[in-house]
Design a protein around this ligand. Structure first.
Ligand SMILES: [Zn+2]
Length: 372
């Protein structure tokens, strides 16, 4: 049965994506598409897609073409929240570079979800750390500041997603969700998953045709099916976030193997949102954060992440979402703004604060490197 067009205050879930593949896959997860509210806030620069997933009214926003990074994501989220004042949380859904280790067998097409581990809240801002070189020559990363954990209502739904995935008689719902794009050839699973050894750099060219398969990690030659009965493997833990793309394997391995971090993947938006908006980050792995070119997995990874997000929303009861406080009461922008003019200046203020934080972190980092 088709739901009636919701009022503005009936949208409870915000969904933010960055690149085109993330936007397309998000929209394909909607059960029903709405026209959206007639009157929109003229100061809101976002373009939205409106729809329904199970019983949740969802507004999907994306970063403007060509923009990425923590600041750009914060501005989009800020506009979204001031236009849809009854949103309860934001899902940040898209792609990331994986950080595979012996402990964390993260592969292309897997999904990583930001879940608290130890003292970490699920996302670590990697350009906001101090580095110390230990007596044995190893580098120790000391985190500065702390990002908030995802909202409890979302973390509370994850065990049920996990149970359904483990139950032998339950269908593979993430695979079913991915099948919603079965007729999009460019979103099908690529044939090859190559993980090169850390000490083997890309040999040049737009793809890895020149790169020697003798230098692959042994596990990239194995079938993935031995790991999971399901189409997609899901990892829960810490996501590294910064304003720059991770393509340095030494740094990747350091962050992934550091017992205080255990980073599973790297992305470039989440740190801009976590402390201002209740937010869960869901990332599909499209490369290995190295110099090798694996664009082939971009679309499939975006689809896997969107499919997981849809499964999470299917488990989450709408009445539990509605019982959460609306973001308008939680966010800095809405605590301080009482008119449209001040709303606009608040948006700039948040972007400025985030920029300052990042610059401070870089200065700190630079001075440490000089000392070392
Ligand atoms: Zn290569």
């Amino acid at each position: 049965m088709q739901a009636p067009e919701p009022r503005v205050e009936e949208y409870t879930v915000g969904w933010i994506c960055v690149v085109q593949a993330e936007h397309e896959t998000a929209c394909q997860m909607l059960d029903q598409v709405f026209d959206g509210p007639e009157q929109s806030n003229p100061l809101d620069e976002n373009t939205y897609v409106f729809g329904r997933i199970h019983k949740h009214n969802v507004v999907i926003g994306r970063l403007p073409a060509g923009q990425y990074g923590t600041n750009a994501a914060a501005v989009v989220a800020n506009d979204m929240v001031r236009s849809f004042t009854k949103l309860r949380f934001i899902l940040l859904v898209g792609i990331a570079g994986g950080a595979p280790t012996n402990d964390n067998d993260v592969r292309l097409g897997d999904v990583v979800v930001s879940v608290p581990r130890g003292t970490l809240g699920g996302v670590v801002q990697l350009d906001f750390v101090k580095r110390h070189r230990l007596a044995n020559g190893e580098v120790y990363l000391e985190r500065m500041g702390q990002l908030n954990s995802p909202p409890r209502v979302l973390l509370g739904a994850i065990p049920e997603v996990h149970r359904r995935r483990r139950h032998p008689k339950e269908p593979d719902r993430i695979a079913e969700n991915m099948a919603r794009m079965a007729d999009w050839p460019e979103y099908q699973k690529p044939a090859e998953d190559r993980l090169y050894r850390s000490d083997y750099a890309h040999q040049g060219g737009p793809n890895c045709d020149n790169c020697d398969t003798e230098n692959l990690e042994p596990w990239s030659l194995e079938e993935r099916t031995y790991r999971s009965r399901r189409a997609v493997a899901v990892h829960y833990g810490t996501i590294g976030s910064s304003n720059s793309l991770m393509q340095d394997v030494e740094e990747r391995d350091r962050c992934a193997n550091d017992p205080s971090l255990k980073i599973l993947c790297f992305e470039t938006e989440a740190a801009g949102l976590m402390n201002t908006f209740p937010c869960l980050v869901i990332r599909g792995i499209w490369n290995y954060s190295d110099s090798h070119k694996t664009d082939a997995w971009r679309n499939y990874a975006a689809l896997a992440a969107a499919a997981y997000a849809r499964e999470l929303l299917s488990v989450l009861k709408p009445q539990k979402v509605v019982a959460q406080p609306a973001l308008v009461g939680l966010c800095l922008v809405n605590q301080t703004a009482s008119s449209e003019d001040t709303l606009s200046s608040s948006r700039e203020k948040i972007a400025g604060l985030l920029k300052e934080e990042t610059q401070e972190a870089f200065s700190e980092l630079k001075s440490k490197i000089l000392i070392l």
